[in-house]
Write a protein of this length. Structure first.
Length: 195
């Protein structure tokens, strides 16, 4: 059986530059749950929300899809429970895949999206320190929407640069209704992520 091309896989990060201080200790001699890689999960959740994911992720009859839509689970919990920490070509519909190839990955290397994600959460030490919360997701989505709109209008992202954006407007923009947890630090790492 041929494996589908992979955009990103949390295992690549856990086995690479993932900060050791974010790994939870193993309990009772077993293996520890591996912590979230929010930027993978947020991108898929956004694609699902915007109708850019495959039919499998749009089927509200599936309990996890329903729970993601009503925000009773976080984007990482969905990614972990539903598809196992990997983002593959098959997770997108045709339009979503074309955008993901232009924005998320090129030749297997994260380019624009990873840089943009890092800029949105520039107050944290690394992108791995961004907690898997709906407040953080809401903080990122205006930028993803803008990148997608630019890609549609321009037929690509060749001219996509931070200098073309009013960065401070994006950074300080409050999320739409559905809101932010006022007590939580927006980019701060949580105790293993999740809400």
């Amino acid at each position: 059986m041929r494996e589908r091309p992979v955009f990103d896989d949390a295992h690549w990060h856990w086995n690479g530059k993932y900060p050791p201080d974010l790994r939870p200790p193993a309990e009772d001699g077993g293996e520890a749950d591996l912590p979230p890689v929010a930027f993978i999960a947020f991108f898929l959740a956004w694609a699902i929300d915007r109708g850019l994911a495959c039919a499998e992720h749009a089927d509200r009859a599936v309990p996890e899809v329903r729970r993601l839509a009503d925000r009773s689970i976080t984007p990482w919990q969905y990614l972990d429970e539903r598809i196992g920490c990997r983002l593959e070509d098959g997770d997108f519909n045709e339009r979503g895949l074309a955008f993901a190839k232009a924005y998320y990955s090129k030749g297997g290397k994260a380019l624009l999206y990873y840089t943009d994600f890092s800029m949105v959460f520039d107050e944290v030490e690394t992108p791995y320190h961004v907690a898997d919360t709906w407040a953080n997701y809401d903080r990122l989505t205006p930028l993803l929407d803008h990148a997608y709109a630019t890609w549609q209008e321009d037929g690509g992202l060749a001219g996509w640069e931070w200098e073309a954006l009013d960065w401070w407007e994006w950074r300080d923009r409050a999320p739409e209704e559905g809101g932010e947890d006022e007590d939580a630090e927006p980019g701060a790492a949580a105790d293993g992520g999740g809400m």
